[in-house]
Design a protein around this ligand. Structure first.
Ligand SMILES: Cc1ncc(COP(=O)(O)O)c(C=O)c1O
Length: 385
């Protein structure tokens, strides 16, 4: 801030620190990522990714290849394009969203979506088949991009079933559909690798980063793009005379400096190694509740997880949302000293700070266990189950 409190990134100049940040990101990014564009939030970065997909296809002389596919229950943000990507009713109802040309395919939620007796692999194959059918129905030459979070966050912490992305990615490649990976939650260690793309062997064309990019301390987000995508952007902007995209605060030097320092600290403290060491403790604790009468599903990876509460374990029947069962649990957990988050569908999510210790995980899960028992007592008392 003392060195350079502000400079914009238009007209061919960027603050030096933004260049250093871009280089630092490319060094740790999955193979093939070659350039970074900056913005101020995850939503803006996803908006940018949508615009890039459209721009690329115009540059390639494919003006019809513009539809964008994301997934039901996805969360990609709240700006007009990002909320159109988001597959949750509350983000769209009465906002006249999604805007035209945004389509949604299946949410890969094995617990809810699989047929009786269907294996994870068979379920993943069925969903990949549905995606391809959607593409063929719409016309492959009308689909520009597919957006996905490696692990779906706000939609309920949904870990993809085995082989899901292995089956989806060849379909995208076959139909020349850009793969945009939203790493806003998974990026920077959350799943036990630097990026969720590494955990699930994803080969993105464009990535979206935010949140932990600056440890959340200052607003900054980024898109990383593959070299082949960058070359198209440059050629087209040379033709047009300008790359007509950017925000006043894109690569603002102060959040860029904070992000750069954040990345250094992640490396110095081996944040990914820390997640790998303590993650199994969290996952074991979450799954340790799988037999509880209220718990339908207990899932997660690395330092993210959830339990899904149900009225009836055998039929997976949910509670009446009006009963507010998970909300009750979260209030009780707070009473015991831990702030948890409940999500629609009576899902209680865990996403602790990446520096959490095993003792703190035990404390957090201890609060949860007591809150779960209180909730069970409440459910029985009110005759809800
Ligand atoms: C996966 C994902 N993408 C995008 C966003 C939007 O980011 P922001 O709230 O910074 O606009 C979020 C926010 O929670 C998110 O979880």
């Amino acid at each position: 801030m003392i060195e350079l409190p502000f400079y914009h990134s238009f007209a061919g100049k960027v603050p030096a620190v933004s260049t250093l940040l871009a280089e630092a990101l490319i060094r740790i990014a999955p193979e093939g990522m070659s350039r970074a564009l900056f913005a101020n939030s995850g939503s803006e970065a996803n908006d940018t990714a949508v615009k890039l997909a459209w721009y690329v296809n115009n540059a390639l002389g494919r003006p019809e290849k513009k539809k964008i596919v994301s997934r039901q229950r996805a969360y990609h943000g709240m700006t007009a394009a990002a909320a159109s990507l988001t597959g949750l009713a509350f983000a769209q109802t009465d906002f006249d969203l999604p805007i035209a040309r945004f389509l949604h395919t299946d949410c890969p939620h094995y617990y809810r979506g699989a047929l009786p007796g269907e294996s994870e692999e068979a379920y993943a194959a069925r969903l990949a088949g549905n995606l391809e059918q959607l593409i063929l129905r719409e016309g492959p030459d009308t689909i520009a991009a597919f957006f996905a979070e490696p692990v779906m966050g706000a939609g309920g912490v949904i870990v993809p079933p085995a082989t899901y992305f292995d089956r989806v990615q060849p379909i995208l490649r076959k139909h020349e559909i850009l793969f945009v990976v939203d790493e806003v939650i998974c990026g920077f260690g959350r799943t036990g690798n630097m990026f969720g793309s590494q955990t699930f062997d994803l080969k993105p064309d464009i990535m979206t980063l935010a949140k932990a990019l600056s440890a959340g301390y200052l607003p900054i987000s980024a898109n990383l793009v593959k070299g082949s995508v960058y070359d198209i952007l440059v050629a087209q902007s040379d033709k047009l005379g300008i790359f007509g995209h950017g925000y006043t605060y894109s690569s603002h030097p102060v959040p860029a400096a904070v992000a750069l320092e954040t990345l250094k600290i992640y490396e110095e403290r081996d944040i990914v190694g820390m997640v790998r060491r303590v993650g199994p403790r969290l996952q074991a604790a979450i799954r340790g509740h799988a037999d509880h009468p209220l718990v339908g599903d207990a899932r997660g990876i690395g330092l993210i997880g959830a339990v899904e509460l149900v009225r009836d374990k055998a039929t997976k029947q949910s509670f009446d949302p009006k009963a507010g069962v998970a909300a009750f649990l979260v209030r009780r957990a707070q009473h015991y000293g831990t702030i948890l988050r409940n999500m629609p569908g009576d899902i209680v999510a865990f996403s602790p700070p990446l520096v959490i210790t095993e003792a703190e995980i035990d404390e957090m899960m201890g609060s949860f266990a007591r809150a779960l028992d209180d909730t069970w007592a409440m459910v029985k008392e009110r005759g809800l189950a």
